[in-house]
Design a protein around this ligand. Structure first.
Ligand code: TMP
Length: 208
């Protein structure tokens, strides 16, 4: 039977100040050196529509945005990125590296206005057409430490209290406990090179 090559889908996630952007850059460099065809995207964003939705979501002026609307907007941006970019790349056999994904919604929006994980997962299946990541790397750090590391002005989500961000961390760790085969928790409060090596080890041979 003729089989279509399917790319590998890897997500890097974690709270603000966890060093996610730095680690993504290092990972992209490592992948480029292997000459493996890949796509690197950020969620929310990467598409024209998604970047506009991102601007609505992160604008500190949008104080009245309800948690349900917020969740659906993240999913809407993701749906666009999924059909316009991620699924075509996976179908071409590319490695897809995504900065945040459904794991972020389960961490940041679950519990808000009574939203449950099951409700979020149901909407996610519509948005991502049931194509879940093969591996979610979770950079883990206490919010007290990560906010010390954050240099720039805080966006609408970052402005929420420390107790909210402590719950976000717990929600990430819960996902890893519930589905250890598809998640890897990487302690992030260590030097950049150590974290990078652990990420590479978790991914295994690139391109296979
Ligand atoms: P970023 O700056 O790491 O790209 O993330 C944008 C912000 O959006 C960050 O504060 C986390 C938040 N976020 C959610 O609340 N839910 C989501 O589903 C995603 C993808 C991000």
């Amino acid at each position: 039977m003729h089989t279509i090559p399917q790319g590998r889908f890897i997500v890097l996630d974690g709270p603000e100040g966890s060093g996610k952007s730095t680690q993504l850059r290092l990972l992209v460099d490592a992948i480029q050196k292997q000459n493996v065809p890949f796509l690197s995207v950020r969620d929310p964003g990467s598409t024209r529509i998604g970047e506009r939705i991102r601007a609505i979501l992160l604008d500190p002026d949008h104080a009245e945005l309800s948690m349900r609307c917020e969740m659906l907007l993240y999913m809407a941006a993701r749906a666009q990125m999924m059909s316009q970019m991620i699924l075509p790349a996976l179908n071409e056999g590319k490695l897809v590296l995504c900065d945040r994904f459904v794991s972020s919604t389960l961490a940041y929006q679950s519990g808000g206005e009574g939203l449950t994980d099951d409700q979020i997962r149901a909407v996610a299946d519509v948005a991502i057409q049931h194509r879940r990541p093969d591996l979610v790397l979770l950079l883990d750090i206490a919010p007290e430490r990560s906010f010390q590391r954050l240099q720039r002005a805080k966006d609408r989500i970052e402005q929420r209290p420390l107790s909210y961000h402590a719950q976000v961390r717990e929600n990430y760790l819960k996902q890893a406990r519930q589905d250890p085969d598809h998640h890897r928790v990487i302690p992030a409060d260590r030097d950049i090179e150590t974290v990078h090596k652990e990420i590479l080890a978790a991914i295994g041979p690139i391109g296979s």
